[in-house]
Each structure stands twice: as structure tokens, then as C-alpha cells.
Design a protein around this ligand. Structure first.
Ligand SMILES: Cc1cc2nc3c(=O)[nH]c(=O)nc-3n(C[C@H](O)[C@H](O)[C@H](O)COP(=O)(O)OP(=O)(O)OC[C@H]3O[C@@H](n4cnc5c(N)ncnc54)[C@H](O)[C@@H]3O)c2cc1C
Length: 252
């Protein structure tokens, strides 16, 4: 609707999928959480299943836009829209979610990182739709945090960060960090996973955050200097990781 409102899109036909209520369901599928394409951002943010099995998704969905956007916006619409700073795209890439796409020819499953090809671009064929997204359930002891910065409440983020952390006997056993808003598609910073195996104290948080900043190359923008987005990346990664460590009880 916003794309049509801004005259950026003028489709010859509109297909209303709002009555396909089975596409709005959230359910457990083995060790994955399946979220239907028509699930609204608010439903995701308030789902007990999402809270229990994919808390990063819950935290991210809570921060989307304004009340009206959360009430009407959908997971499938957000992913198909493919805004570089969108919360759903960032969480899907960070967690390695898989999308099920369907056409009259059948279904196919695509990794979120392959689905999003560039800003506002995906691998969706003209006759395909998103049916659902499968997120791996959070493992035992996994904690997560979502942090973002925008200029006005409800705007897309200038930079957003999603992080998950698993501690075993006080050391980092697993770490995932994703950044949105600094490139045409969200990025999972796999290089940061080399910081595993260490005790996550304040120095560790600062070191990982500095490395995150060095891993991104934001483009210059007339109103947002690249340096600003780089600094935001470091700050938000530090805040997200500090929150994860706090949630795991390791700072106590
Ligand atoms: C004022 C405003 C502020 C916003 N702020 C944020 C924000 O902070 N963060 C954020 O992440 N998002 C934000 N959004 C985007 C919002 O979250 C919606 O996801 C987005 O507008 C798409 O809306 P929709 O889900 O109703 O999809 P639609 O508008 O119906 O569709 C969007 C596109 O996706 C296609 N599409 C929809 N569903 C499917 C499907 N199942 N399969 C294939 N293609 C499909 C449509 O054909 C269309 O091309 C904002 C939107 C507005 C208007």
C-alpha cells in the first residue's frame, strides 16, 4: 500500500489473501517454529509459542513501526517487500530461517539469505507466493537481544542488530550476530563467531563490537554518513551483546 501511495508501484491487479486464515498460523514443527506468511507483526509479538521458542523474533516484531503497521503488516509481506532495514528480514537472515514458497508448479524451500537478493528484491518468481517461514527453535540456554536506532519512533531503523548467545560453563559456546540497514540486505556477521570459547566480560563485548564495526561497509547517504552507521553498528552490537550476557546471568 505505501508503494502504491508513493506511486512507486502501479499493479494492474491486486490479489487479496486476507481470507486465507490458515496462512496466519504459528505452530511448532519438530525443532522449528513455523510462522505463516499472513501472521501479523502484532500476532508474532504476542504469540506464546514465539516467546518460548524464538524470543529474538518476538523482540524484533515488537519494535516494528506504529500500532497500525503492527496490526496490519504481515511476515510474508515484509519479507517480500525486502526493505534493507526491516526487522523480519534481519531476524530471518541471522537465524538462518527457511521460507516455503508456492506456485501452481509446486513448493520450494529457500534460505532467507538466498531469498533476499538486494534492496527491495527477492528470488520470488512472478507466480510465486510466500507460504511460511521456519525459524530454528532457540536451543537450551540460548539468550537473545534486538537493538535498533531510528530517527523517529516508527521509522525504519538506520541500523538494527539481532544477537543470540549460548553460554556453557561461563564461556561462549555459540554466538550469532546480524546487522540490518548497513547494506542492501541484512548480513549475518559470521566472522564474529571466532570470538566463541571466551568468557563474555565487558572487554569481550567491546572487542566483538569493534570487530562488528570493522566487518560492515555502509554506503554514503546524503543524510546519513557511512561513518555514522559504522559507529551505530559498534554501539548497537555492544548493547545487544551486553543484554544477552545480562540475560544469561553471567554479569551477576
Ligand atoms: C508507515 C510505515 C512504517 C513502517 N515501519 C516499518 C518498520 O519499522 N519495520 C519494518 O520491518 N517494517 C515497517 N513497515 C513495513 C510493514 O511492516 C509491512 O510489512 C510492509 O508495509 C508490507 O505490508 P504487508 O505485510 O501488508 O504486505 P503488502 O503491502 O500487502 O505487500 C507488500 C509486497 O509483498 C507482496 N506480498 C505480500 N504478501 C505476500 C506473500 N505471502 N507472498 C508473496 N508476496 C507477498 C505484495 O505483492 C507486495 O509486493 C512500515 C510500513 C509503513 C506503512
Amino acid at each position: 500500500m505505501p508503494m502504491m501511495n508513493m506511486r512507486l508501484a502501479s499493479p494492474a491487479h491486486l490479489i487479496d489473501i486476507n481470507d486465507l486464515s490458515e496462512l496466519a498460523q504459528v505452530r511448532l514443527r519438530g525443532d522449528s517454529l513455523e510462522v505463516g506468511a499472513l501472521a501479523r507483526h502484532r500476532a508474532v509479538a504476542e504469540s506464546p509459542l514465539v516467546r518460548e521458542h524464538c524470543p529474538l523474533l518476538m523482540q524484533a516484531a515488537r519494535t516494528i513501526g506504529h500500532y497500525a503497521v503492527r496490526e496490519r503488516g504481515t511476515v510474508g509481506g515484509s519479507l517480500a517487500h525486502a526493505d534493507p532495514a526491516a526487522q523480519h528480514a534481519l531476524v530471518a537472515v541471522t537465524l538462518g530461517a527457511k521460507l516455503t514458497l508456492a506456485s501452481r508448479g509446486g513448493e520450494r524451500v529457500v534460505d532467507a539469505g538466498e531469498f533476499l537478493t538486494s534492496a527491495m528484491s527477492t528470488t520470488l518468481a512472478p507466480d510465486e507466493m510466500v507460504l511460511s517461514v521456519r525459524y530454528p527453535c532457540a536451543g537450551p540456554g540460548e539468550v537473545s537481544a534486538f537493538r535498533m536506532f531510528n530517527q523517529r519512533h516508527g521509522d525504519f531503523a538506520l541500523v538494527a542488530v539481532a544477537a543470540t548467545l549460548t553460554l556453557v560453563e561461563g564461556r561462549v559456546a555459540a554466538l550469532r550476530v546480524g546487522v540490518g540497514g548497513v547494506a542492501p540486505v541484512p548480513q549475518r556477521l559470521e566472522g564474529l563467531e571466532r570470538f566463541g570459547g571466551r568468557v563474555p566480560d565487558i572487554d569481550w563485548v567491546a572487542e566483538v563490537a569493534r570487530a562488528a564495526r570493522e566487518s560492515v561497509s555502509p554506503e554514503e547517504h546524503p543524510r546519513v554518513p557511512a561513518l555514522y552507521r559504522s559507529e551505530l553498528t559498534e554501539t548497537l552490537v555492544a548493547r545487544a551483546l551486553a543484554r544477552c550476557v545480562e540475560r544469561s546471568g553471567a554479569f551477576a
